[in-house]
Design a protein around this ligand. Structure first.
Ligand SMILES: Cc1ncc(COP(=O)(O)O)c(C=O)c1O
Length: 383
């Protein structure tokens, strides 16, 4: 097959599946329509641009889009109630990359303050990437049990707590399978009692961190209300960037607590683990902010949550065992036959307390009522 035919074939296969791909948290019709045309028309696609380093540094390599990146961070920060003037962050390669930096900055800050590396506490329901990141950074972890709603269990947290070591807690704000949101207030009460010698709170809010700010649940990701230090959010999930990307949001004091590492050939202190970063992803975020805007994102968030309730209602009506957790757009249910799992690209899980073998649907922007109806009708068919 010719190269071009192979590529066309790939596009055809993707289009055949796109509407039924409902098992993963991806905005299947990205919010950047028009960007590709603009990118080609301006000729930006014909030169290489690179956002090396900290976008809040004024001295940069010549060909970059860091001013736009900085504006993106400054525009997103108020959504998360990050105190004005104190906001700091950058556009990441993914949410995993943003988690990598949250855990790294937290561990280094605590080490600088206490002379000891922290213990990292993560719920067993959290995304696997946080544990992997701790492996890479050689950090000691304690995996905490979760309760019936998939939230980090305060009693298990208390039991696993290591005295005399600082604590770095990764809160799952939308766990991957159950769609659970850790209760930061309840865990905070245990912390108040146990009084660790240092605390850093990082939020893994890959999916829910995208839509919470546009809903009545916005306080759950408010830095002022929840008193956290950093948050990681995917760009390709709710926000609708068309490729893996993310945002890391934090404060200037967290940056200031890091070890300085001046790299003469890059003219600057290099606080990030990554050197080169995409200059195009920040432009896509910028495009979304300017051409889609918060009002449309709020409408998308509402429709997703309404459709989640619709899906739950439809499954209840036919007595199909299904659940979704508070604030969540993820519905999990008894695992259907294999052909249904394949047709809809379902993600599988196993939870004894919910009957064993399960699958889930993540009700993203493209999961409309007609697809939900088709899915429920397929569930009712004999194998
Ligand atoms: C809760 C959670 N955290 C982190 C990630 C990883 O995000 P990314 O794919 O952007 O690296 C995911 C991915 O689904 C997730 O659900």
């Amino acid at each position: 097959m010719e190269v071009e035919d192979k590529l066309i074939d790939l596009v055809k296969r993707c289009y055949e599946r796109v509407d039924h791909n409902i098992g993963y948290p991806v905005c299947q019709y990205p919010n950047i329509s028009g960007f590709g045309e603009w990118y080609a028309k301006t000729g930006l696609c014909d030169i290489s641009v690179n956002n090396v380093g900290n976008p809040f540094d004024d001295e940069q390599l010549i060909l970059n889009a860091t001013l736009i990146e900085r504006e993106v961070i400054e525009t997103f920060a108020p959504l998360y109630d990050i105190p004005e003037g104190e906001e700091w962050g950058f556009v990441t390669n993914s949410c995993t990359d943003a988690n990598m930096h949250g855990i790294y900055f937290g561990a280094k800050k605590l080490q600088n303050e206490t002379g000891m590396l922290p213990i990292v506490y993560i719920s067993k329901e959290a995304h696997y990437s946080s544990s992997r990141i701790c492996d890479v950074q050689n950090l000691e972890t304690r995996m905490i049990d979760y309760d019936h709603l998939g939230r980090m269990d305060p009693e298990s947290f208390r039991k696993n707590f290591v005295k005399d070591r600082p604590a770095l807690i990764v809160f799952a704000i939308g766990s991957t399978f159950m769609g659970a949101t850790d209760d930061m207030v309840e865990i905070g009460k245990v912390l108040d009692e146990l009084k660790p010698i240092g605390v850093y709170k990082h939020l893994d809010a890959a999916l829910f961190g995208g839509y919470f700010p546009f809903t009545e649940y916005k306080d759950l990701v408010s830095m002022k209300k929840q008193d956290y230090d950093s948050i990681a959010i995917s760009g390709h999930k709710f926000f609708g960037v068309d490729e893996p990307s993310g945002i890391f949001l934090s404060r200037k004091d967290i940056l200031a607590a890091q070890r300085t590492m001046v790299v003469p050939y890059l003219k600057n202190d290099m606080p990030l683990i990554s050197c080169s970063r995409s200059a195009i992803a920040p432009l896509k975020f910028y495009w979304i902010l300017k051409h889609v805007g918060f009002d449309t994102l709020a409408k998308q968030a509402k429709e997703m949550l309404d459709n989640t309730d619709y899906m739950q209602k439809k499954l209840d009506e036919v007595n199909y065992p299904a659940w979704h957790m508070p604030y969540s757009n993820t519905v999990f249910f008894k695992r259907p036959p294999e052909w249904i799992c394949r047709k809809y690209g379902l993600a599988n899980g196993y939870l004894t307390e919910y009957g064993g073998e399960l699958s889930h649907v993540v009700v993203m922007q493209h999961v409309k009522k007609n697809i939900i109806d088709e899915f429920v009708s397929d569930l009712m068919k004999k194998d």
